[in-house]
Every structure is written in C-alpha cells, then in structure tokens.
Design a protein. Structure first.
Lengths: 269, 327
C-alpha cells in the first residue's frame, strides 16, 4: 500500500549571523527520508536541537524546505504553489506541547472550535455548531464547557481542546510535537488513550515528535532517531529500543528517566 | 542526628474573591536530615509549589499560613521577623526555580548575576566577592567558567542557564536547597546531567535538598526519601526505593501503573489503553469530609467517605495515609 506520507532527502537550512557578524549556515534538516503508512504512528526522537520540530513544521507547510520532497497523498507538497498548498494544509494538523500557549486566552471554547470551520466556509452556522458539539464529544469534553475560557480548563482538558480543534477539518495526518510532555503523568495516560482511540476509530496517522522513549514505544509502530538534522536509525520501535545500533540511541536510552532505576546506569557528575 | 528542617502540621490556604478560601496544604509534616535529598512528588493541584514557597514565607498576598511550624536549624521560620527571614533566604536556604529563562535577568551577564547574590549577603570587599564568584562558577563550569560569566542568558543553553541558577543558589553556602521542578523544561539528557550536578553538590557540600517534581521517574536513583503529595495531603512518605518500586497508597500505585515502561515486554501491550486514574484533580479542591483521594480511588471503602485517614507507620520511617492499612 502507498504510504500516507513519504519524505525524501529533506533539507532545511537557516542562515544567521554568528558572534563575529558573519553569515553562518545551519542545516536543521540534512537529508531526512522516511515514510508513514496510513493509520500508523511514527515516533521521531532525539535531543533538543536535533531538528525534530523543524521536520514537523516543514511537513505542516509552515516552513518551506530548502530541497527534497514531501509526498502526501500522492502529491509532492514542496513543489505546490501557495494556492495548492492552502488546500493541503487542513489535512495536516499540528498539536503543540503547551496548550496554554497555543489557544487564544480570550476566546471561549466555542469560538476556538468554530474558527477553523468559519475560515473554511463550507458549513452553515447551525451545522458548524453541531460539528463543534460532535468534536467535543469525540475528545471527551462535556458540552457544558462551551462558554469557558482556556484558563478555566485543566491542562488535560486544554490539550483535548487543541486536539478537537485540529480534528475540525478532518485531517489525515496529525503532527504531535511533544504533545504530551507538558502534562502530568496521569493526564498523559488519558490523552495517550484518546489519541489511540482516535487512531482506531478515524484511522488517523501520527507523526509523534517526543523525548519520551517509553511513550514512543507504547504508541508507535516505528521509531526514527534524529541527530544533528539526520535520521541516524529507523525501524520497528521494538527493534530500535531493544537493539540500538547507534551511539546516540544508546545515549538517549541511558538518559531516559525510568521508575525502574535498576536498568539505569548510576548518575555521573 | 538532629533534622535540619522539621515541618509540623502545616496548613496553608488561598483566599479568592468573596469569602471562598480553598486549602492548598492540610496537615503536612515531615523531617529533613542534613545531607539528605527528599523528593516531593505531586501533580497539578497537589500543593507542591505552595509547599516550596511556604517554607520561606514567600506566599502571594492571598495565601495564608493557617497553622503549623517550620523549624530550620532550631528556629521557627513561620514566626521569624522579616529581617531574620531576609538573612536566611538565599544564604542558608536557597530556591531553584523551574524556568531558567525567566528566572535570570535577560540583559545582565551571567557572572554579574551570581555576583549580585553574593553582594546581597556578604559585606566583604568586592575583590574577595569576585574571587568567590569565580570559585562558584568554576565548580559548575570547570571548563569554561569565564566564557559563561561573560555571556548573556540568551547565549546559553537551557542546561547552562540552569547551572547558572544553581551557582546563584549555592553562592552563599546554604545548608538547604529547595528546587521546584528544576529540570522540567530540559530534555532527558540535560535533565540527567543536572540531576548529576545536584547529587555532586550534596556529596561535596553536604547540602540537604527538597526536590519537587511531577515526574516520579526522575526520583528513581536520585532521591533518598520520597514524599507523595495529593490534594495538599501527604499520601505516602518513605525510603525512595520502597515508595517508587512498591508504593502502598492507592494514588502512587495507580499513577505509576499509568506510565508506560520502556523495557516491558511489548508483545501484546503496545497500543492498548494505559490504565488511568479516573477523573482529575479538581475533585480534591472541593472541601469534603473524607479522604481527599476517595472520589478517584479504585480501592475506596465505606470508611473513606466519613473521615480523613491519618498516617500509619509501615516500618522504619515509612508512613501511608490510607484506611487499607488502618488509618
């Protein structure tokens, strides 16, 4: 079967001024390739600065890659015109780490959910409201929260709201950029269960960008390990974590906090 | 041995508009020995940050300490004068905050910010203070102390900024460090590096430490004892190994089970729902008669609704507040 998303030799360079004032080129992505099958999850893991978020932004059409291709539903979205890209964008949605920063604090839950539907302009006012109620139910929020502001929701409820907003335009691919990291452990489990439920019922495909190897192992079929803008190792989650070949993967595994301290090497100073 | 810190029956509440006030801490008691790392484990709404700031009387104006005492080296901090507290804060007890990017001044070089802490507490000449500043920075940045000292916070990485905050905290040679989620915004590699720094400080300077976190996994192999806070109450308190590997209270039991473990056999458990604790912490905010965890507890009994459990001794320095064990 054709994968939903196939990334080929993706390169994204940034230019900045270094301390001496000279132009400096930094390759945030340096030839990244992978594919995700429909209805599955690929976890992208790596340290801060390895290029994980740039990868997510590029796929969500928020950054234009320097070179390479992003095949999504059979089309290379890098090569599209801005008008064509506008049609693709709703089908790929991003969920960020901290829902309190990604929701407008002055908008009610209802306004937040109606915005993407209004911009799309396909539904009548009444239909949009019905859709919003349906989305709330889908993510496990009660409709009596409709008039609340984000600050009146708990962290878990806010992340559910961010997921509901992302689902509004019926996307095929969700990019979860550290979407569980800012939540309490008990809330992480609840939101992880919701994501798996949505995958089972809607056939959703996820690109799960994370530091948390244990959650990656639970949610993802495949794992790609990134280091300095490159995918250094990828394959079935089980193989990568059980038999890591690359030093960086072993290093990430060793740094992973785990309740079972017996599997961790002692702390060094 | 004499404890360096002894918290007895601490009750703190916040008043909000109108007459409403809600309890943030109710009856928190524990002791901290010199050279000991106590891990305080709590999620949103548990009162863990209130605990950190109450110990130094840094509560916001709507926060009230209703009763209790906090004995530090024999002195009750809750009854100390403003002047006395000024002498203690930053010098004998230091706080390390979560967001190093917010806690540092963006337009002052890192070295100067460490210097200011020293200058606020020590009245020796500036040259001696500068020497001391350099010593402190070298202890945290053995290789490039001078470069770091001359950098502005935005030129440093998250881990380096956190080290600068730690340098400020230890500059005056405190005997107690309170760290509130000091590694929450760092990636696991840097997190581990900073935990290593804390361990070294404890070993070399003999510091006692209260390390507050929402992530139980950080405490494994790091803390000596663990205090589990839920809804402002101490659910369980005991040796880190015992509490983290086989907790007795239903809350940490359920919490740990909800976390996926990386080395479990994933044959059939992958993609299955994780066991969750029903509901959320907001139930704990409503004042009620019985145990504060009862609405979410899978093991609840008739008794749990009637009154609050009291701590039961399970063994040497291990207590749990739950009717399953007597209460």
């Amino acid at each position: 079967m054709q994968p939903l998303l196939k990334v080929e030799k993706l390169v994204k360079g940034y230019e900045s001024n270094n301390v001496a004032g000279a132009r400096e080129k930094l390759l945030a992505l340096d030839g990244v390739s992978f594919a995700i099958a429909r209805g599955t999850t690929l976890a992208v893991v790596g340290e801060s600065g390895s290029g994980k978020s740039t990868l997510g932004f590029s796929i969500a059409c928020l950054e234009i890659p320097t070179s390479g291709s992003i095949w999504f539903e059979g089309r290379d979205i890098v090569a599209l015109t801005e008008d064509e890209r506008r049609q693709v964008r709703p089908r790929i949605q991003l969920i960020f780490q901290d829902p309190s920063n990604s929701l407008n604090p002055r908008w009610s839950v209802e306004e937040i959910l109606l915005e993407p539907l209004t911009l799309q302009g396909k539904l009548k006012r009444e239909e949009m409201k019905q859709r919003a109620v349906y989305l709330m139910a889908q993510v496990g929020l009660s409709p009596d929260m409709f008039q609340r502001l984000p600050a009146q929701l708990s962290g878990g409820q806010r992340q559910r709201l961010a997921i509901a907003r992302a689902l509004a335009l019926e996307p095929k691919l969700l990019i979860l950029d550290e979407a569980l990291s800012a939540l309490d452990c008990s809330v992480q489990a609840q939101v992880a269960n919701l994501l798996m439920e949505l995958q089972r019922t809607l056939g959703m495909t996820y690109l799960f960008i994370t530091h948390d190897l244990a959650m990656a192992a639970h949610l993802a079929e495949d794992i790609a390990v990134m280091n300095r803008g490159r995918v250094v190792e990828q394959g079935p989650a089980h193989d990568i974590l059980r038999h890591p070949k690359e030093e960086i993967t072993q290093h990430l595994l060793a740094a992973m906090p785990s309740l079972d301290s017996a599997v961790r090497p002692p702390l060094e100073s | 041995m004499v404890p360096i810190l002894e918290v007895q029956d601490l009750h703190v509440s916040y008043s909000s508009s109108g007459d409403a006030s809600y309890p943030a801490l109710a009856g928190v008691s524990f002791q901290l020995m010199p050279n000991e790392i106590l891990g305080v484990l709590g999620e949103s709404g548990s009162g863990k940050s209130t605990l950190a700031i109450s110990l130094l009387k840094l509560l916001p104006s709507n926060g009230n300490i209703l009763k209790g005492s906090v004995f530090f080296e024999g002195q009750d901090l809750l009854r100390a004068s403003a002047n006395e507290l000024e002498q203690i804060r930053g010098k004998h007890i230091s706080l390390v905050y979560q967001e190093p990017s917010v806690a540092l001044h963006p337009a002052i070089r890192a070295g100067e910010q460490v210097f200011q802490v020293l200058a606020a507490h020590q009245s020796t000449d500036r040259r001696a203070l500068r020497k001391k500043k350099r010593q402190v920075l070298v202890s945290l940045f053995p290789e490039d102390a001078d470069r770091i000292a001359n950098s502005y916070p935005h030129q440093l990485s998250g881990g380096q900024r956190q080290r600068v905050l730690i340098a400020q905290a230890i500059a005056c040679g405190p005997s107690l460090l309170i760290a509130d989620e000091p590694t929450a915004s760092l990636d696991p590699t840097t997190q581990r590096e900073i935990l290593g720094v804390f361990r070294t400080l404890r070993d070399e300077l003999g510091l006692a430490m209260i390390f507050i976190t929402h992530n139980p996994a950080l405490l494994a192999g790091f803390a000596d004892r663990v205090l589990v806070l839920y809804g402002g109450r101490v659910a369980e308190l005991g040796p880190a190994n015992a509490v983290l590997s086989s907790p007795k209270h239903p809350y940490p039991r359920a919490l740990f089970q909800s976390m996926p473990q990386i080395f479990e056999d994933k044959g059939n458990s992958r993609k299955t729902n994780l066991p969750v604790i029903a509901g959320d912490f907001s139930a704990a905010l409503v004042p009620r008669e019985g145990c504060v965890f009862e609405p979410r507890c899978a093991d609840r009994m008739e008794e749990c609704r009637k009154r609050e459990p009291t701590p039961v001794n399970l063994g040497k320095s291990h207590t749990v507040s739950c009717f399953k064990y007597g209460g």
